[in-house]
Ligand binder design. Structure first.
Ligand SMILES: *[C@@H]1O[C@H](CO)[C@@H](O)[C@H](O)[C@H]1NC(C)=O
Ligand SMILES: *[C@@H]1O[C@H](CO)[C@@H](O)[C@H](O)[C@H]1NC(C)=O
Length: 474
Protein backbone atom coordinates (compact mmCIF):
# COMPACT_ATOMS: atom_id res chain seq x y z
CA UNK A 1 0.00 0.00 0.00
CA UNK A 2 1.28 3.46 -0.84
CA UNK A 3 1.13 5.53 2.27
CA UNK A 4 2.44 9.01 1.70
CA UNK A 5 3.50 11.44 4.38
CA UNK A 6 0.53 13.67 3.74
CA UNK A 7 -2.40 11.80 5.19
CA UNK A 8 -1.53 8.19 6.05
CA UNK A 9 -4.17 7.63 8.66
CA UNK A 10 -7.06 9.06 6.77
CA UNK A 11 -6.15 6.88 3.82
CA UNK A 12 -5.88 3.88 6.09
CA UNK A 13 -9.28 4.40 7.59
CA UNK A 14 -10.84 4.96 4.19
CA UNK A 15 -9.43 1.67 2.95
CA UNK A 16 -10.56 -0.11 6.07
CA UNK A 17 -14.08 1.17 5.49
CA UNK A 18 -14.05 -0.06 1.89
CA UNK A 19 -12.93 -3.50 3.01
CA UNK A 20 -15.77 -3.72 5.46
CA UNK A 21 -13.36 -2.68 8.14
CA UNK A 22 -13.36 -5.71 10.37
CA UNK A 23 -9.98 -7.22 9.76
CA UNK A 24 -9.88 -10.32 11.89
CA UNK A 25 -6.89 -11.23 13.96
CA UNK A 26 -5.91 -14.89 13.99
CA UNK A 27 -8.72 -17.06 15.20
CA UNK A 28 -11.13 -14.13 15.43
CA UNK A 29 -11.15 -14.21 11.63
CA UNK A 30 -12.86 -17.55 11.56
CA UNK A 31 -15.55 -16.81 14.07
CA UNK A 32 -19.11 -16.67 12.82
CA UNK A 33 -20.87 -13.36 13.06
CA UNK A 34 -23.62 -14.90 15.09
CA UNK A 35 -22.92 -17.69 17.55
CA UNK A 36 -24.63 -19.57 20.29
CA UNK A 37 -25.53 -17.65 23.44
CA UNK A 38 -22.48 -17.00 25.61
CA UNK A 39 -19.91 -17.51 22.88
CA UNK A 40 -18.02 -14.56 21.37
CA UNK A 41 -19.68 -12.84 18.45
CA UNK A 42 -17.76 -10.77 15.92
CA UNK A 43 -18.87 -7.19 15.61
CA UNK A 44 -19.04 -4.66 12.84
CA UNK A 45 -17.51 -1.31 13.60
CA UNK A 46 -20.87 0.41 13.24
CA UNK A 47 -22.19 -1.52 16.26
CA UNK A 48 -23.49 1.10 18.69
CA UNK A 49 -22.46 -0.82 21.81
CA UNK A 50 -18.97 -1.34 20.44
CA UNK A 51 -18.61 2.37 19.69
CA UNK A 52 -19.53 3.19 23.25
CA UNK A 53 -17.19 0.58 24.70
CA UNK A 54 -14.35 1.81 22.51
CA UNK A 55 -14.86 5.40 23.56
CA UNK A 56 -14.80 4.29 27.18
CA UNK A 57 -11.58 2.30 26.68
CA UNK A 58 -9.98 5.23 24.90
CA UNK A 59 -10.80 7.58 27.75
CA UNK A 60 -9.46 5.20 30.34
CA UNK A 61 -6.34 4.63 28.31
CA UNK A 62 -5.64 8.37 28.10
CA UNK A 63 -6.35 8.91 31.79
CA UNK A 64 -3.84 6.23 32.71
CA UNK A 65 -1.09 7.19 30.30
CA UNK A 66 1.81 9.52 31.02
CA UNK A 67 2.12 10.52 27.39
CA UNK A 68 2.04 14.16 26.58
CA UNK A 69 -0.51 13.82 23.81
CA UNK A 70 -3.99 12.40 23.63
CA UNK A 71 -4.13 9.19 21.67
CA UNK A 72 -7.11 7.77 19.88
CA UNK A 73 -8.09 4.79 17.81
CA UNK A 74 -6.64 4.99 14.33
CA UNK A 75 -7.83 1.57 13.20
CA UNK A 76 -10.13 -1.16 14.39
CA UNK A 77 -8.54 -4.55 13.95
CA UNK A 78 -11.14 -6.82 15.48
CA UNK A 79 -13.99 -6.79 17.93
CA UNK A 80 -16.15 -9.40 19.55
CA UNK A 81 -18.78 -9.39 22.21
CA UNK A 82 -19.87 -12.08 24.59
CA UNK A 83 -22.91 -12.16 26.80
CA UNK A 84 -21.71 -12.82 30.30
CA UNK A 85 -23.72 -11.06 33.00
CA UNK A 86 -23.85 -8.09 30.70
CA UNK A 87 -21.78 -7.66 27.58
CA UNK A 88 -18.09 -8.34 27.48
CA UNK A 89 -16.36 -6.62 24.56
CA UNK A 90 -12.96 -7.78 23.41
CA UNK A 91 -11.50 -5.19 21.09
CA UNK A 92 -8.20 -4.99 19.27
CA UNK A 93 -7.31 -1.60 17.83
CA UNK A 94 -4.44 0.57 16.80
CA UNK A 95 -4.00 3.76 18.82
CA UNK A 96 -2.00 6.71 17.57
CA UNK A 97 -0.93 10.14 18.77
CA UNK A 98 -3.15 13.08 18.05
CA UNK A 99 -1.73 16.58 17.96
CA UNK A 100 -3.66 17.52 21.09
CA UNK A 101 -2.13 17.90 24.49
CA UNK A 102 -3.94 16.19 27.33
CA UNK A 103 -6.27 18.95 28.44
CA UNK A 104 -8.17 19.20 25.16
CA UNK A 105 -11.27 17.39 23.95
CA UNK A 106 -10.35 14.16 22.25
CA UNK A 107 -13.15 14.19 19.69
CA UNK A 108 -11.83 17.30 18.01
CA UNK A 109 -8.22 16.17 17.75
CA UNK A 110 -6.47 15.39 14.49
CA UNK A 111 -3.77 12.81 14.10
CA UNK A 112 -0.24 13.85 13.29
CA UNK A 113 0.32 13.87 9.56
CA UNK A 114 3.88 12.55 10.02
CA UNK A 115 3.83 8.80 10.43
CA UNK A 116 6.79 8.70 12.81
CA UNK A 117 4.99 10.96 15.27
CA UNK A 118 1.97 8.68 15.49
CA UNK A 119 3.74 6.20 17.77
CA UNK A 120 1.06 3.67 16.87
CA UNK A 121 0.38 0.86 19.30
CA UNK A 122 -1.77 -2.21 19.00
CA UNK A 123 -3.99 -2.56 22.04
CA UNK A 124 -6.31 -5.22 23.30
CA UNK A 125 -9.10 -3.89 25.48
CA UNK A 126 -11.73 -5.83 27.35
CA UNK A 127 -14.68 -3.77 28.40
CA UNK A 128 -17.44 -5.20 30.54
CA UNK A 129 -20.69 -3.38 30.10
CA UNK A 130 -23.63 -4.02 32.38
CA UNK A 131 -26.38 -2.02 30.70
CA UNK A 132 -29.00 -2.50 33.40
CA UNK A 133 -26.58 -1.14 36.01
CA UNK A 134 -25.26 1.61 33.73
CA UNK A 135 -21.68 0.53 34.48
CA UNK A 136 -18.65 -0.04 32.29
CA UNK A 137 -15.43 -1.60 33.52
CA UNK A 138 -12.10 -1.90 31.76
CA UNK A 139 -11.12 -5.47 32.53
CA UNK A 140 -7.97 -5.61 30.48
CA UNK A 141 -5.63 -3.27 28.60
CA UNK A 142 -2.59 -4.67 26.88
CA UNK A 143 -0.64 -2.60 24.40
CA UNK A 144 2.49 -3.02 22.40
CA UNK A 145 4.13 -0.92 19.73
CA UNK A 146 2.88 -1.65 16.25
CA UNK A 147 5.39 -3.64 14.25
CA UNK A 148 5.29 -2.10 10.81
CA UNK A 149 5.47 -5.38 8.88
CA UNK A 150 2.36 -7.51 8.57
CA UNK A 151 0.86 -6.96 11.98
CA UNK A 152 -2.24 -8.88 10.94
CA UNK A 153 -0.36 -12.16 10.58
CA UNK A 154 1.17 -12.21 14.02
CA UNK A 155 -0.90 -13.31 16.92
CA UNK A 156 1.22 -12.20 19.85
CA UNK A 157 -1.05 -9.50 21.16
CA UNK A 158 -2.43 -11.64 23.89
CA UNK A 159 0.95 -12.44 25.44
CA UNK A 160 2.04 -8.82 25.31
CA UNK A 161 1.72 -8.24 29.04
CA UNK A 162 5.28 -6.91 29.39
CA UNK A 163 5.37 -4.92 26.19
CA UNK A 164 4.20 -1.54 27.49
CA UNK A 165 7.15 -1.16 29.90
CA UNK A 166 9.45 -2.54 27.21
CA UNK A 167 8.51 0.10 24.68
CA UNK A 168 8.95 2.75 27.34
CA UNK A 169 12.31 1.44 28.40
CA UNK A 170 13.76 1.35 24.90
CA UNK A 171 12.76 4.96 24.30
CA UNK A 172 13.81 5.93 27.82
CA UNK A 173 17.25 4.33 27.53
CA UNK A 174 17.81 6.21 24.28
CA UNK A 175 16.91 9.51 25.92
CA UNK A 176 19.04 8.78 28.97
CA UNK A 177 22.04 7.88 26.84
CA UNK A 178 21.66 11.06 24.83
CA UNK A 179 21.43 13.02 28.08
CA UNK A 180 24.59 11.38 29.45
CA UNK A 181 26.57 12.16 26.30
CA UNK A 182 25.30 15.73 26.02
CA UNK A 183 26.09 16.60 29.63
CA UNK A 184 29.23 14.50 30.05
CA UNK A 185 27.62 12.38 32.76
CA UNK A 186 29.75 9.62 34.16
CA UNK A 187 28.38 7.55 37.01
CA UNK A 188 30.68 5.81 39.45
CA UNK A 189 28.99 2.41 39.42
CA UNK A 190 26.27 0.40 37.73
CA UNK A 191 24.07 0.92 40.80
CA UNK A 192 24.54 4.66 40.55
CA UNK A 193 23.73 4.60 36.83
CA UNK A 194 20.60 2.51 37.48
CA UNK A 195 19.48 4.89 40.21
CA UNK A 196 20.08 7.94 37.99
CA UNK A 197 18.07 6.30 35.22
CA UNK A 198 15.20 5.84 37.67
CA UNK A 199 15.42 9.50 38.75
CA UNK A 200 15.63 10.57 35.10
CA UNK A 201 12.45 8.64 34.35
CA UNK A 202 10.59 10.16 37.30
CA UNK A 203 11.73 13.61 36.21
CA UNK A 204 10.45 13.03 32.68
CA UNK A 205 7.03 12.33 34.14
CA UNK A 206 7.20 15.54 36.18
CA UNK A 207 8.24 17.50 33.10
CA UNK A 208 5.31 15.99 31.21
CA UNK A 209 2.93 17.10 33.93
CA UNK A 210 4.38 20.61 33.85
CA UNK A 211 4.03 20.59 30.09
CA UNK A 212 0.41 19.45 30.19
CA UNK A 213 -0.55 22.07 32.73
CA UNK A 214 1.49 25.02 31.48
CA UNK A 215 -0.67 27.99 30.56
CA UNK A 216 2.02 29.77 28.55
CA UNK A 217 4.16 28.61 25.65
CA UNK A 218 6.94 26.90 27.60
CA UNK A 219 8.57 23.65 26.68
CA UNK A 220 9.65 21.41 29.54
CA UNK A 221 11.66 18.21 29.27
CA UNK A 222 15.18 16.93 29.59
CA UNK A 223 17.62 19.48 31.03
CA UNK A 224 21.07 19.15 32.54
CA UNK A 225 19.30 18.71 35.91
CA UNK A 226 17.27 15.70 34.77
CA UNK A 227 19.20 13.16 36.88
CA UNK A 228 18.78 15.07 40.15
CA UNK A 229 16.02 14.42 42.64
CA UNK A 230 13.99 17.43 43.71
CA UNK A 231 15.83 17.44 47.04
CA UNK A 232 19.25 17.30 45.39
CA UNK A 233 18.32 20.09 43.02
CA UNK A 234 16.92 22.15 45.85
CA UNK A 235 19.95 21.86 48.09
CA UNK A 236 22.47 22.37 45.29
CA UNK A 237 20.90 25.26 43.41
CA UNK A 238 18.16 26.90 45.42
CA UNK A 239 18.06 29.18 48.41
CA UNK A 240 15.82 28.28 51.36
CA UNK A 241 16.60 31.52 53.23
CA UNK A 242 14.54 33.52 50.75
CA UNK A 243 11.26 32.28 52.25
CA UNK A 244 12.25 33.29 55.76
CA UNK A 245 10.66 36.67 55.67
CA UNK A 246 11.61 37.46 59.27
CA UNK A 247 15.29 37.55 58.23
CA UNK A 248 14.77 40.23 55.63
CA UNK A 249 16.24 43.63 56.31
CA UNK A 250 13.78 46.43 55.70
CA UNK A 251 14.71 48.68 52.81
CA UNK A 252 13.35 52.07 51.99
CA UNK A 253 10.76 52.09 49.22
CA UNK A 254 11.99 52.99 45.74
CA UNK A 255 10.69 56.29 44.41
CA UNK A 256 8.10 55.42 41.74
CA UNK A 257 8.96 55.71 38.05
CA UNK A 258 8.37 59.13 36.54
CA UNK A 259 6.46 57.86 33.51
CA UNK A 260 4.39 54.83 32.50
CA UNK A 261 6.13 51.65 31.33
CA UNK A 262 6.94 51.41 27.62
CA UNK A 263 5.34 48.40 25.88
CA UNK A 264 8.60 46.50 26.08
CA UNK A 265 12.13 46.99 27.30
CA UNK A 266 15.30 44.92 27.35
CA UNK A 267 18.46 46.08 29.10
CA UNK A 268 20.49 43.58 27.07
CA UNK A 269 19.89 45.87 24.08
CA UNK A 270 21.37 48.78 26.02
CA UNK A 271 24.60 47.20 27.19
CA UNK A 272 23.67 46.97 30.87
CA UNK A 273 23.84 43.19 31.28
CA UNK A 274 26.99 41.08 31.54
CA UNK A 275 27.18 37.58 30.09
CA UNK A 276 25.56 34.58 31.75
CA UNK A 277 27.40 33.19 34.76
CA UNK A 278 27.23 29.85 36.52
CA UNK A 279 26.82 29.47 40.29
CA UNK A 280 27.77 25.77 40.18
CA UNK A 281 26.54 23.52 42.97
CA UNK A 282 26.42 26.34 45.51
CA UNK A 283 23.24 28.09 46.72
CA UNK A 284 24.69 31.52 45.92
CA UNK A 285 21.99 32.74 43.53
CA UNK A 286 21.42 35.72 45.85
CA UNK A 287 25.00 36.91 45.19
CA UNK A 288 24.52 36.64 41.40
CA UNK A 289 21.21 38.44 41.57
CA UNK A 290 22.78 41.32 43.49
CA UNK A 291 25.97 41.65 41.43
CA UNK A 292 23.83 41.62 38.27
CA UNK A 293 21.79 44.49 39.64
CA UNK A 294 24.89 46.46 40.67
CA UNK A 295 26.53 45.85 37.28
CA UNK A 296 23.49 47.54 35.75
CA UNK A 297 23.43 50.39 38.26
CA UNK A 298 27.16 50.99 37.81
CA UNK A 299 26.81 50.92 34.04
CA UNK A 300 24.04 53.52 34.18
CA UNK A 301 26.06 55.71 36.53
CA UNK A 302 29.53 55.27 35.07
CA UNK A 303 29.02 54.14 31.47
CA UNK A 304 31.17 51.03 31.75
CA UNK A 305 29.82 47.52 32.10
CA UNK A 306 31.89 45.58 34.61
CA UNK A 307 31.57 41.96 35.63
CA UNK A 308 31.53 42.05 39.43
CA UNK A 309 32.56 39.48 42.03
CA UNK A 310 30.10 37.06 43.60
CA UNK A 311 32.90 35.26 45.40
CA UNK A 312 33.55 38.39 47.47
CA UNK A 313 29.97 38.06 48.77
CA UNK A 314 30.25 34.30 49.31
CA UNK A 315 33.45 34.81 51.36
CA UNK A 316 33.03 38.19 53.03
CA UNK A 317 29.30 38.84 53.51
CA UNK A 318 28.89 37.83 57.15
CA UNK A 319 25.15 38.60 57.10
CA UNK A 320 24.45 35.79 54.63
CA UNK A 321 25.28 32.11 54.48
CA UNK A 322 27.48 31.70 51.41
CA UNK A 323 26.49 28.52 49.53
CA UNK A 324 23.67 27.84 51.98
CA UNK A 325 21.72 30.86 50.85
CA UNK A 326 21.37 34.57 51.41
CA UNK A 327 19.15 37.57 50.98
CA UNK A 328 19.68 40.46 48.56
CA UNK A 329 18.66 42.95 51.28
CA UNK A 330 21.51 41.72 53.48
CA UNK A 331 23.97 41.63 50.60
CA UNK A 332 23.46 45.33 49.81
CA UNK A 333 24.21 46.18 53.40
CA UNK A 334 27.31 43.96 53.43
CA UNK A 335 28.58 45.65 50.25
CA UNK A 336 28.06 49.10 51.76
CA UNK A 337 30.00 48.05 54.86
CA UNK A 338 32.82 46.46 52.85
CA UNK A 339 33.13 49.57 50.66
CA UNK A 340 32.20 48.04 47.31
CA UNK A 341 32.74 45.10 44.97
CA UNK A 342 35.87 43.91 43.24
CA UNK A 343 35.68 42.68 39.64
CA UNK A 344 35.14 39.07 38.61
CA UNK A 345 38.74 38.97 37.35
CA UNK A 346 40.24 40.25 40.59
CA UNK A 347 38.13 38.10 42.88
CA UNK A 348 37.08 35.09 40.83
CA UNK A 349 34.33 32.61 41.48
CA UNK A 350 35.16 29.21 42.94
CA UNK A 351 31.70 28.13 44.10
CA UNK A 352 32.89 27.31 47.63
CA UNK A 353 33.15 29.42 50.75
CA UNK A 354 36.73 30.45 51.43
CA UNK A 355 38.28 32.96 53.79
CA UNK A 356 37.64 36.57 52.85
CA UNK A 357 40.28 37.95 50.49
CA UNK A 358 38.84 41.41 49.92
CA UNK A 359 41.02 44.51 49.64
CA UNK A 360 39.49 47.96 49.36
CA UNK A 361 42.11 49.14 46.86
CA UNK A 362 40.58 46.78 44.30
CA UNK A 363 37.02 48.10 44.68
CA UNK A 364 35.67 48.64 41.18
CA UNK A 365 32.09 49.65 42.00
CA UNK A 366 30.40 50.96 45.13
CA UNK A 367 26.81 51.44 46.18
CA UNK A 368 25.33 54.00 48.55
CA UNK A 369 22.05 52.39 49.58
CA UNK A 370 19.32 50.06 48.42
CA UNK A 371 15.59 50.25 47.77
CA UNK A 372 12.62 47.93 47.64
CA UNK A 373 10.27 48.17 44.65
CA UNK A 374 6.49 48.18 44.52
CA UNK A 375 4.78 44.77 44.27
CA UNK A 376 2.67 45.86 41.31
CA UNK A 377 4.00 44.37 38.08
CA UNK A 378 3.11 47.51 36.07
CA UNK A 379 5.10 49.67 38.50
CA UNK A 380 7.96 47.18 38.42
CA UNK A 381 8.06 47.34 34.60
CA UNK A 382 8.06 51.14 34.60
CA UNK A 383 10.78 51.27 37.25
CA UNK A 384 12.93 48.72 35.40
CA UNK A 385 12.73 50.58 32.10
CA UNK A 386 13.80 53.82 33.78
CA UNK A 387 16.32 52.56 36.31
CA UNK A 388 17.96 49.31 35.21
CA UNK A 389 17.82 45.54 35.81
CA UNK A 390 16.14 44.52 39.06
CA UNK A 391 17.11 41.89 41.62
CA UNK A 392 14.09 39.59 41.99
CA UNK A 393 13.30 36.28 43.63
CA UNK A 394 10.75 33.63 42.77
CA UNK A 395 9.41 30.17 43.35
CA UNK A 396 11.65 28.06 41.08
CA UNK A 397 9.30 25.06 40.88
CA UNK A 398 9.01 25.15 37.08
CA UNK A 399 12.65 25.92 36.43
CA UNK A 400 14.39 22.53 36.82
CA UNK A 401 12.90 21.15 33.59
CA UNK A 402 12.37 24.39 31.68
CA UNK A 403 13.79 24.40 28.14
CA UNK A 404 12.33 27.43 26.37
CA UNK A 405 9.28 29.59 25.77
CA UNK A 406 7.21 31.59 28.22
CA UNK A 407 6.66 29.60 31.38
CA UNK A 408 3.28 30.02 33.05
CA UNK A 409 2.77 27.34 35.70
CA UNK A 410 -0.56 27.01 37.45
CA UNK A 411 -0.76 28.93 40.71
CA UNK A 412 -1.18 25.85 42.85
CA UNK A 413 2.24 24.59 41.73
CA UNK A 414 4.02 27.89 41.98
CA UNK A 415 2.72 29.74 45.01
CA UNK A 416 4.15 33.10 45.92
CA UNK A 417 5.30 32.33 49.45
CA UNK A 418 7.68 29.46 48.60
CA UNK A 419 10.31 31.80 47.19
CA UNK A 420 13.53 29.84 46.72
CA UNK A 421 15.60 31.39 43.95
CA UNK A 422 17.04 34.86 43.30
CA UNK A 423 17.63 36.04 39.75
CA UNK A 424 17.90 39.23 37.68
CA UNK A 425 15.00 40.76 35.78
CA UNK A 426 16.47 42.42 32.70
CA UNK A 427 13.44 43.18 30.55
CA UNK A 428 9.89 42.48 29.53
CA UNK A 429 7.68 42.31 26.47
CA UNK A 430 5.23 40.03 24.67
CA UNK A 431 5.72 36.96 22.55
CA UNK A 432 2.73 36.00 20.41
CA UNK A 433 0.51 37.97 22.76
CA UNK A 434 1.92 36.31 25.85
CA UNK A 435 3.41 38.94 28.16
CA UNK A 436 6.72 37.89 29.76
CA UNK A 437 9.55 38.90 32.03
CA UNK A 438 13.05 38.19 30.71
CA UNK A 439 15.04 36.71 33.56
CA UNK A 440 18.79 36.28 33.70
CA UNK A 441 19.59 33.10 35.57
CA UNK A 442 22.94 31.91 36.95
CA UNK A 443 22.91 28.27 35.88
CA UNK A 444 25.18 28.61 32.84
CA UNK A 445 24.50 29.38 29.20
CA UNK A 446 23.25 25.87 28.57
CA UNK A 447 20.22 26.49 30.77
CA UNK A 448 16.88 27.57 29.23
CA UNK A 449 17.19 30.05 26.39
CA UNK A 450 20.94 30.82 26.37
CA UNK A 451 20.88 31.06 30.14
CA UNK A 452 17.59 32.98 30.36
CA UNK A 453 14.20 32.02 31.75
CA UNK A 454 11.01 33.65 30.45
CA UNK A 455 8.14 33.88 32.91
CA UNK A 456 4.56 35.00 32.36
CA UNK A 457 3.96 38.63 33.33
CA UNK A 458 0.69 39.98 34.69
CA UNK A 459 -0.47 37.44 37.29
CA UNK A 460 2.36 37.72 39.84
CA UNK A 461 3.37 34.25 38.62
CA UNK A 462 5.60 32.28 41.02
CA UNK A 463 5.79 35.27 43.37
CA UNK A 464 7.92 37.26 40.91
CA UNK A 465 6.60 40.55 42.33
CA UNK A 466 7.37 39.72 45.96
CA UNK A 467 11.02 40.60 46.37
CA UNK A 468 12.12 43.21 43.86
CA UNK A 469 14.99 45.42 44.92
CA UNK A 470 17.92 47.44 43.70
CA UNK A 471 21.10 49.00 44.90
CA UNK A 472 21.46 52.75 44.57
CA UNK A 473 24.67 54.37 43.33
CA UNK A 474 24.84 58.11 43.94
C1 LIG B 1 33.92 55.30 35.81
O1 LIG B 1 34.74 54.54 36.68
C2 LIG B 1 36.11 54.64 36.41
C3 LIG B 1 36.84 53.65 37.32
O2 LIG B 1 36.31 53.62 38.60
C4 LIG B 1 36.55 56.07 36.63
O3 LIG B 1 37.92 56.22 36.35
C5 LIG B 1 35.73 56.97 35.69
O4 LIG B 1 36.06 58.32 35.94
C6 LIG B 1 34.26 56.76 35.90
N1 LIG B 1 33.52 57.51 34.89
C7 LIG B 1 32.40 58.18 35.17
C8 LIG B 1 31.76 58.88 34.00
O5 LIG B 1 31.92 58.23 36.28
C1 LIG C 1 28.54 56.92 47.81
O1 LIG C 1 29.44 55.96 48.31
C2 LIG C 1 30.80 56.23 47.94
C3 LIG C 1 31.65 55.06 48.39
O2 LIG C 1 31.35 54.67 49.70
C4 LIG C 1 31.25 57.54 48.54
O3 LIG C 1 32.59 57.83 48.19
C5 LIG C 1 30.32 58.64 48.03
O4 LIG C 1 30.67 59.87 48.64
C6 LIG C 1 28.88 58.29 48.32
N1 LIG C 1 28.05 59.26 47.66
C7 LIG C 1 27.12 59.95 48.33
C8 LIG C 1 26.39 60.98 47.53
O5 LIG C 1 26.90 59.80 49.52
Amino acid sequence: MMVGFGCPVILWLALAAVQGSVLGLGEDMDRPLIGPLGSPVRLHESDAGLKKALQFAEERYNQGSNAMHLRKVSRLLSATKQLVKGIRYSITVELSNTQCKKSTMLRTCDFYPEIQKLKTEVCLFEVWDIPWQGTSTLLKQKCQPKVEVQQEETNNIVDASTSQPLEDSVELLGQFKEFMVKHNKDYSSQEEADYRLFVFHENLKTAEKLQTLDQGSAEYGVTKFSDLTEEEFRSAYLNPLLSQWNLHRLMKPAPPARGPAPASWDWRDHGAVSSIKNQGTCGSCWAFSVTGNIEGQWFLKNGTLLSLSEQELVDCDGLDQACKGGLPSNAYEAIEKLGGLETETDYSYTGMKQSCDFTSVKVAAYINSSVELSKDEKDIAAWLAENGPVSVALNAFAMQFYRKGVSHPMKIFCNSWMIDHAVLMVGYGERKNIPFWAIKNSWGEDYGEQGYYYLYRGSNACGINQMCSSAVVN
